[in-house]
Design a binder for this molecule. Structure first.
Ligand code: HXC
Length: 523
């Protein structure tokens, strides 16, 4: 049909309409039916659901592959299996590509790769977020090295755009090989429960190489990557939920590293009851857990925190909120899980989040209740020394405004890395319940006075006295305040206004410039 000779103006126009129509229906009806039967949308349906109505402008609709082997020369659908273009979300421009599983299994060939590369270059030059909707069998086998080359070109641009524009990957089907590597280099990865998979090597290949039987869901399903590996940051219930999350997330982010995030008026002021609740939020007993999320919700605008990776490393909370309408990144220990101790997963989760905030000029607010790093051979052998150090590195490297509030414990190494003054934090606040010390009173009394306690006729009473002395002398916020490591001890009910006022002053904070290319974070 393509070789048909078209004559006359009307004929040429009809030809355009015909080609365009073919492009919009590139996948066969059978492939589309299979896609729908799996509970998946097509690439164009996804774009329509994600973007503002009628805002999508397609780029490269008529591009086709140049492969002449394996019968491919007789099958050259327009678009080559990926839909690329720009549109708006809440009126703000975004670049988006959607891989079309109904065409060659969404696999990436040379032309397909070139289309994504062109779009990435556009996102970088106009400074808008890049959103990838991935659903692909990875490198297109028929196109060999030309396909691999494009994956590497895309990866190079993921790196070049990192810290320049936000990059978001939504995994909406099987994402094998390159369809997993590239998203891993983006800022946020969203997966749909039961629908999305990511693996470098799929179950069948694993079976043939190692003989190991693996279940795709266990190996690389959405729950696995959200809970265990930390490769994904949100577990969506369905595609619509995934796109809702993307839209809310973008509402907290600037379009690029030279822009500001959108500012919203808080729709509800905090009530006196909410403020008062904070005064007794910390339990009397040192080791009683409480929900740090509830504290954050009573401090930020409208009680809203958009958590990043909420079900991975639950002992630390990371998320975006607003204070007086302005975006902030929140990092907080969560005493409800593992006592809020820092392990490898928590350190890496928070470090990556802080680095994102720093790259995009989003202030970081930290709430501390940390008993220290998680002890044990498993963590030591897993590399907690190097991997835990990332957290302190991220804080020390960051140049955005930063405020830390010590709510309860700030013990040992945990004190040092959780946004302490010494890492360059601008404002360090503490509640009267803060315990800033090498360790808790009970453990400290036993270490310091083991011999006396063993020799005592009434060790319980003696320990009580020793604990009281330790608490009064060392385990409080005042020793740190005395030295200026804490700028103010505040009434908990004043937390929101204290942070808002101090961030207001810090708005004009200047980043230090250094001559170095980049540091060498302990990866
Ligand atoms: C060419 C492919 C393909 C591939 C799938 N297809 N993967 N064609 N290259 N890599 C085709 C199928 O032949 C089929 O074509 C259509 O896509 C749909 O695939 P199905 O297998 O029918 O679908 P499904 O059962 O849902 O399984 C999807 C899948 C499976 C899990 C993705 O197809 C699969 O395991 N594919 C191979 C994955 C892989 O190993 N990719 C290479 C990764 S290496 P028809 O014509 O029948 O519809 C890589 C290197 C990156 O990406 C390096 C970066 C530097």
């Amino acid at each position: 049909m393509d070789t048909e000779v078209v004559t006359g103006t009307a004929g040429k126009r009809d030809e355009l309409v015909r080609r365009s129509e073919q492009a919009r229906r590139a996948g066969s009806p059978q492939a589309i039916a299979r896609q729908h039967a799996k509970g998946k949308l097509t690439a164009r349906e996804r774009i329509d659901l994600l973007l503002d109505d009628g805002s999508f402008v397609e780029i490269g609709q008529l591009a086709r592959h140049r492969c002449h082997e394996f019968g491919m020369e007789n099958n050259r659908p327009y678009g080559d299996g990926v839909v690329t273009g720009h549109g708006t979300i809440d009126g703000r421009t975004v670049c988006v590509f959607a891989q079309d599983f109904t065409v060659f299994g969404g696999t990436l060939g040379e032309v397909y790769g070139e289309k994504i590369v062109k779009l990435m270059d556009l996102a970088g030059s106009i400074g808008c977020p890049l959103i990838g909707l991935n659903d692909s069998g990875g490198a297109r086998i028929q196109e060999g090295v030309a396909s691999l080359a494009q994956y590497a070109e895309i990866f190079r641009r993921n790196v070049a755009l990192s810290g320049v524009v936000p990059q978001i990957s939504v995994q909406l089907g099987p994402c094998a090989g390159g369809a997993a590597y590239s998203p891993a280099a983006t800022d946020f990865v969203i997966m749909v429960d039961g629908l999305s998979h990511m693996f470098v090597t799929g179950p069948e290949v694993i079976k043939s190489i190692t003989g190991e039987d693996t279940d795709p869901e266990v190996l690389g399903g959405a729950r696995t990557h959200n809970e265990i590996t930390g490769n994904a940051h949100y577990l969506a219930t369905d595609e619509e939920d995934a796109f809702d999350y993307v839209r809310i997330l973008l509402g907290h982010l600037p379009s690029n590293n030279h822009a500001d995030p959108p500012v919203y008026a808080p729709s509800r002021a905090e009530t006196p009851a909410e403020r008062e609740w904070l005064e007794t939020a910390v339990p009397d007993a040192d080791n009683r857990p409480y929900d740090m999320l509830a504290i954050i919700q009573r401090v930020v605008d409208d009680g809203e925190l958009l958590e990043i990776a909420p079900i991975h490393a639950r002992n630390i909370i990371c998320g975006f909120a607003r204070l007086d309408g302005t975006s902030v990144g929140v990092v907080a220990n969560q005493p409800l899980h593992a006592g809020g101790a820092l392990d490898i997963a928590a350190s890496e989760k928070a470090a990556r989040f802080i680095r994102f905030c720093d790259a995009f000029g989003i202030p970081v607010v930290t709430f501390v209740d940390v008993p220290g790093f998680t002890p044990g051979a498993e963590q030591e052998h897993g590399g907690i020394i190097r991997r835990g150090a990332k957290l302190g590195y991220a804080y020390a490297e960051a140049g955005v405004p930063m405020v830390t509030v010590v709510v309860r414990k700030a013990y040992g190494g945990g004190y040092g890395v959780m946004g302490s003054k010494h890492l360059g934090i601008d404002v360090n606040l503490a509640w009267p319940t803060a315990q800033i010390a090498v360790m808790g009173a009970s453990a400290a009394a036993e270490v310091m006075h083991r011999k006396q306690l063993l020799a005592s006729d009434d060790p319980a009473t003696l320990k009580k006295q020793l604990v009281a002395t330790y608490e009064e002398t060392l385990c409080n916020p005042y020793v740190a305040a005395d030295r200026g490591y804490v700028d103010a001890v505040i009434e908990p009910s004043r937390t929101r206004e204290e942070i808002v006022r101090r961030l207001g002053v810090l708005r004009t904070k200047r980043r230090p410039t250094t001559g170095k290319w980049h540091g060498n974070i302990p990866l």
